[in-house]
Design a binder for this molecule. Structure first.
Ligand code: UDP
Length: 332
């Protein structure tokens, strides 16, 4: 007798995290439906799944009514622009996918009695006034700044998810994801890792914003998706931080990349974008306790794998860069 596989809907499936989630769920024997409107996602991230019996792809914008035939056991809402350059270019889509998209998918989860997980973010903490950030911190967000469209969409997303949990008893999960990196990051999304690696591979100087004293903590993607899976399988409805607590200044990180890539060009400095958080480090005590999870991949190892991925890109792709121009936004 054949057993029916559990079915998962993953939105943002052609994106960086979404595509790694598709791989993870397929490797664990689920049937996966990937959905993406391809505004920031790219089909090349899921090309390798073409023809896989348990995978199907639907091109759809989740800010419009979402229809999926048949049962669904899980819905993971990972569709969203997720880099500062995107928030500036497509601010309204960023707000809509976090607000309207989440509402549509919650409705779908309710109709299908599916467990529902959202990709929330450390951005809900804004430019944090407490350090490191644990889940009880309410954040310090500039609602009308360039990042406000993402930060507030994600804060609303958490609120509406909790409302569906409380009112409709929906089985929900909220992952607060900190900076994550690895293969399939978009080269030209302006985020620091693809930006630095791209610059090094093109033989350019690495552009450090500000004096580089701002900090970030980078989690390798395989660690992150494992944490997400564990959270999904754990009955806990409040937000959980997932990230790597190993913190580094952007300047030291640039120096690490210069060394790793054997770049001969060094580093140059540019203006710090508006509302760029000064420090960010997850307190992952809750994830450790609840999920018995913590990151395993050291930055050096993760960065080597990431560099190897970027080296597979063609010269044409490497040259397709977009420069972040925050200056006109800085004064507003
Ligand atoms: N950053 C930088 N040079 C770049 C791109 C980014 O110094 O070419 C800095 C940026 O100002 C920020 C950090 O790197 O302080 C991380 O930026 P990213 O956009 O990757 O993520 P986020 O700010 O959302 O954490």
């Amino acid at each position: 007798m054949s057993t029916t596989k559990q079915r998962v809907l993953i939105t943002g499936a052609a994106g960086f995290l979404g595509s790694h989630l598709c791989d993870l769920f397929l490797s664990k024997g689920y049937e996966v439906i990937g959905m993406d409107n391809l505004i920031t996602g790219d089909l090349k991230n899921i090309n390798h799944l073409e023809g896989a019996t348990d995978f199907s792809f639907v091109q759809h914008d989740v800010t419009d009514y979402v229809e999926v035939e048949g049962p669904l056991d899980y819905i993971l809402h990972f569709a969203s622009p997720a880099s500062p350059i995107d928030y500036l270019k497509i601010p309204i889509q960023t707000l809509k996918v976090g607000a309207l998209g989440t509402h549509n998918l919650l409705g779908l989860a309710k109709a299908k009695k599916a467990r529902f997980m959202i990709a929330s973010t450390s951005e809900v903490y804004g430019d944090p006034l407490v350090h490191p950030q644990d889940e009880t911190y309410y954040g310090n967000v500039n609602t009308i700044g360039p990042r406000g469209v993402y930060d507030e969409a994600k804060r609303f997303q958490e609120s509406i998810t909790m409302a569906y949990h409380r009112v409709h008893e929906l089985d929900t999960r909220i992952a607060r994801i900190f900076n994550t990196y690895g293969p399939r990051m978009r080269l030209n999304d302006g985020r620091v890792i693809p930006a630095f690696i791209g610059q090094a591979l093109r033989g350019e100087e690495l552009t450090v914003f500000g004096d580089g004293s701002q900090t970030r903590s980078f989690c390798y993607v395989s660690d992150l998706v494992e944490g997400l899976y564990r959270l999904l399988m754990t009955p806990y409805h409040l937000p959980v931080n997932l990230g790597n607590p190993e913190e580094i200044t952007i300047l030291d990180f640039a120096k690490e990349i210069v060394k790793l890539t054997e770049s001969s060009k060094g580093i140059s400095f540019k203006a710090l974008p508006k509302d760029d958080p000064l420090q960010r480090q997850p307190d992952i005590s809750k994830a450790k306790e609840l999920l018995s999870w913590e990151p395993k991949v050291q930055r050096h190892e993760g960065m080597q794998k990431t560099l190897a991925y970027f080296k597979t890109l063609s010269q044409t792709e490497l040259n397709k860069t977009e420069h972040r121009d925050f200056n006109k936004h800085n004064t507003k």
